[in-house]
Ligand binder design. Structure first.
Ligand code: NAP
Length: 420
């Protein structure tokens, strides 16, 4: 395939699909990996992550052939548009990619490029691993109790962008339809209104929950918790929960138990190799994760709950500078940090690249390079626990050495070389 303005690196090989049904990949030892540095601090954290991932790949006998692709302001300069076809095609073709943050204007302006990328590539699960690294300052007493992976549905919910602006003909048509045709009386106040729609489908819910259960089984996790607000939004969030239990029942046999079955059939003693599926109401879950952190393991939830929940969980183990993510679909993945483009720090060689580096670690895991992924985690932990940190962690710890983004990346690479 040829691209308009980007070149495929000559030294790399393409990743391909090994199994159509499971989405399993065939990964060469020198894959071509597209990378978007992104807006704002993307130009700081992007190169830092590349440097660390290169070192981990090299230390484990592999290499990464990076293919720079563009979105956001860099794409506007090069192509005159925010999300060029080159970029989407490169990620689609090469299957596994990584990106830095992209700016989204609030209110007016273009819609989120992050959401557009996830939708166009059908990356339906946003997966956020939340685990404690020794030495990272945390606002809670036992941050080491946190070791969770959140699967957030990425394509549906009020996030899908089905909404109409107040004052438009369209929003008045929608109001007319729900009031006159659907009998919704006395709920929407008179005067200007914005209306959004919350689609939650059986297909979208089940494929997300399946991804979470498969992950839990493959990684020896104890439980998958379905987080919902089904007590209030019965036909959307309540349906998500019901479809989750239905899926567990239909597809997993004795490998997956409900909480009731765990107590009724096994007296609370979970058989080895099984996963318990349970559910919690979202507001309760936000406090449970603080008070009973160790009870939670893999989380499966819808788009909006997942956004709030994973940021709150991330805060418990050190906040935005640390929190990694990866968007996954059937045999495709796009890793990205949870944080945004923090424009006020752009180009200052100041911010923490850990979230982008650990997103790269999730990408290495997705490639099946667990040894390289472990090396990245251990080297990041070793660096931070020795007191070498960027400004954000430095202001929260006593002593320590405040490093620039690039110096911090150098320190991690030194530790990779020592640990390898
Ligand atoms: P943000 O860019 O994440 O920054 C908020 C604050 O978080 C920063 O001021 C900084 O706090 C801290 N922070 C973020 N990243 C950090 C890092 N790597 N190292 C250290 N501290 C870090 O959130 P925002 O200001 O709400 O959003 C800015 C833009 O990013 C918006 O256009 C938004 O839409 C976009 N965004 C994009 C993504 C994405 O690409 N996936 C995600 C979220 C937001 P202190 O100033 O206190 O140090």
């Amino acid at each position: 395939m040829s691209y308009d303005k980007v070149t495929v690196p000559e030294e790399g090989e393409a990743i391909s699909l090994a199994d159509e049904e499971t989405g399993e990949l065939d990964v060469p030892s020198n894959p071509v990996i597209p990378i978007i540095h992104g807006d704002g601090i993307g130009s700081d954290v992007g190169p830092a992550a590349q440097q660390v991932l290169d070192a981990a790949a090299e230390a484990t006998g592999r290499s990464i052939a990076w293919m720079r692709v563009y979105a956001g302001s860099a794409a506007r300069d090069m192509y005159g548009e925010n999300l060029p076809e080159d970029t989407v095609s490169a990620i689609r073709e090469h299957r596994v990619a990584i990106k830095g943050p992209l700016t989204t204007p609030v209110g007016a302006g273009f819609r989120s490029l992050n959401v557009a990328l996830r939708k166009r590539l059908d990356l339906y699960a946003n997966v956020r691993a939340t685990y404690y690294l020794d030495g990272v300052p945390s606002p809670v007493t036992n941050p080491e109790a946190m070791d969770m992976v959140t699967f957030r549905e990425n394509t549906e919910d009020v996030y899908a962008g089905i909404e109409w602006e107040s004052g438009t003909d369209e929003v008045e048509q929608v109001r007319e339809f729900v009031e006159a045709e659907m009998g919704v009386d006395d709920i929407i106040h008179d005067g200007p209104v914005g209306i959004g729609i919350k689609p939650i489908t059986e297909f979208g819910s089940k494929r997300l929950i399946r991804e979470a259960i498969d992950y839990a089984l493959a990684n020896d996790r104890d439980s998958v918790t379905l987080v919902h607000k089904g007590n209030i939004m019965k036909f959307t969030e309540g349906a998500f929960r019901d479809w989750g239990y239905e899926l567990a029942d239909e597809e997993y046999g004795e490998d997956v138990l409900s909480e009731d079955a765990l107590w009724e059939e096994h007296d609370g003693d979970q058989p080895d190799g099984t996963v318990v599926v349970k559910d919690r109401i979202a507001d309760n879950m936000l406090q449970q994760v603080l008070t009973r952190t160790e009870d939670y393991d893999v989380i499966a939830t819808m788009n909006l709950n997942g956004d709030y929940f994973s940021d709150a969980a991330g805060a418990q183990i050190g906040g935005l500078g640390i929190a990694p993510g990866i968007n996954r679909g059937h045999g495709r993945a796009l890793a990205e940090p949870v944080h945004g483009s923090a424009p006020k720090y752009a180009g200052q060689d100041k911010v923490n690249p850990t979230a982008m580096i650990l997103s790269g670690r999730e990408m290495l895991e997705y490639l099946g390079w667990s040894d390289a992924a472990d090396l990245v985690r251990d080297a990041v932990e070793e660096t931070i626990s020795s007191g070498k940190v960027t400004y954000d962690l430095h202001r929260q710890i006593e002593g320590g050495e405040k490093l620039a983004t690039s110096e911090f990346a150098d320190a991690i690479v030194e530790n990779i070389d020592e640990l390898a």
